[in-house]
Ligand binder design. Sequence first.
Ligand SMILES: [Fe+2]
Ligand SMILES: [Fe+2]
Length: 685
Amino acid sequence: MGGTVSDLRQGEDFLRAALSELEAPSEEPITAAIWFPSIVPTPANDVQERVVLQVLAPFMLLEGIWLARVAQPATAHRLMEAKFFDIYCRMVGLSNQTQAPSLRYRAWLTICGLELPSLVDPGFFEDRRFPEFSLNLPLIHLCLMHRPRSFLPELLGYTLAHSAMDSNWWGTLRACRGEVWALERREFHREIQVLAMAALEASLPFADEATMRIRNGWNLYRQEFECLMRELNDWMRPIPTVSDVLSELVQMRRPYAIGYHRRVLLQGRSLDEWLRDSKQDPRPLLEALRASPYVNSQCPEASRLIRALEFGGPMFGVMNVEERELCLKWIEEPQKESDSASFFRQGMRTDRYGVEQSNRYSQSMRGNDEFQRGEGRTFSSLLPGKSMRSGRLSTSTFRRQLFTMLLGVESPADLPPAAIRTIEGVLLRSRWFSRLRPLDRRLRIYDPEIFHQFLDDLHRRETERYHPLKGTPRTDRNYCRWAILQLAPTILVDGCWLAGIATAAERLDRVRHTLLQIYADEIGSGDCEWNHPNVYRRLLDSLDIELPALVSREFAEDSRFLDASFDIPIYLLSMGWLSERYFPELLGLNLSIEMNGLGAGYMKMVDILSFHGIDPTIIRLHLSIDNLAVGHAARAAEAITVFLEEIRQQQGDAAMQAVWGRILVGYRSLNIAAIKLVLGLMIRV
Ligand SMILES: [Fe+2]
Ligand SMILES: [Fe+2]
């Protein structure tokens, strides 16, 4: 769904089908009123309560994922997206991970003794303990995540419905202490509902059609949630017997068991033959086994079947402890209701909307890894200007159009191939340059102490280089105004190199969590006033520099810009969408950007701008927030040291040094990408 064009199209088809199947939407206005699901889970016993938790796990562990990509370089400055991003940050516990509801849900699962795979595990969505119906709602989460702009009104309605759901229904899970969970969530829902309502208010200028689409999003969430509850209740009835569960297990293992049991005879036939005939129904096999000498119902532990599972037995390692227990229970009392929370009910898998869903989820979650590794196809055919690559356009025209195309990207699969070519070109030059003029001899081999010493020295040299302005600066006001204009394409997408980091809380490791914190600061952490591109917009306004809308073609075609003004943003936007593919380089690039904000150059600029009566807020902001003590530069360095240490522990020193080399190339790449613009700015002085 996200890895390739066809995946993305299937995801969209699924989402559109779900929207088209909605029951007639009610005309009630969407308000802040809380809604209570009309269907609640009705587990018959505490074991089934745990089953409810298990089935809801994909939905709960992916809570908020639909908002992960909503604050994009083209949209993050807007009020609605800012509110959405704020909700997302709370959902992943950006300021305090212990508050992330999905991580708390994981803890609840653990307390209840439910061990389920992590979202980091590529096999998560193939886990047979999640019936297909339990994946419908999470799939909608993921589809919305990949299309946050195409389905923005629906996303709003969906978020509103999520925030307005009464958490008290969790209280039905008494044995699992659901009341405690309900209470915990109540405050959380209240907080995100305020933000969701603020997003709704921001959407008021929308046309009537959008109002209907917001309502559709609202109904989609509610109806899908209730559908999940209904299917869950159906799925739990009747409670399977021990024999049912063992039948499911036999069916699962059957393909791997055939061929090993030629000598085991049951009623004159080999067990292999029995297994071959059990594809549809393994119950006759189980009955024959029961009647055989392999089962001792008087003393189950003494059964040959059980003994075969023990150390030294022919079936040792074939079943885990829980499955061995199941066999014992089956020998004792096959018709007893199963008390296993991990029952296997594969026969109940459903496929709604006629879209093949299997294996799609993990592709979406991997954040388009396949595409990012370059194995996937690109989305270029769906982008306007595919023919741009024909060669008829001049390079500069194409580069400007590429800027607009990159701002139109909603998901990495949309990326034009030129994005990868841009990155590869910059990195190649960076590699050559690094060989010709190494950054610092001390950095040839990575050592965390030397690395930090290098940063401290660099910082000290930069601050020492600074001398406060005395008298009239060499550059006049007109030049400053012109330079501010030339930097607009770069600063109006400030933070974009980290736009692809956001994901589910459980997939945000320490390094990505740190990067996400930087990204949040760059785009204002939910407050449009603090959004760096908006700070720059205010500066442009104060200088009466009027520009077309950033995403429009007119912006990129504006003849007041140098061609070189688009070099840095094209590179940064491309890196932002391919962050997994170029992760080490991105770490280096990020450090370089954040260290750049601390230089003597920035301090001099503050003096010059102040001299000419131009507001230097955007530069002061970076001098403070990027600080090397605890600010962005410190975090960028920390992300590198943590990442390298992880590589060292997992893959060894040689692998770590190889990754370090890539980080250094990424570090140099900012200067490489900026060469033409720097020259252009210098020539004009
Ligand atoms: Fe910034
Ligand atoms: Fe920064």
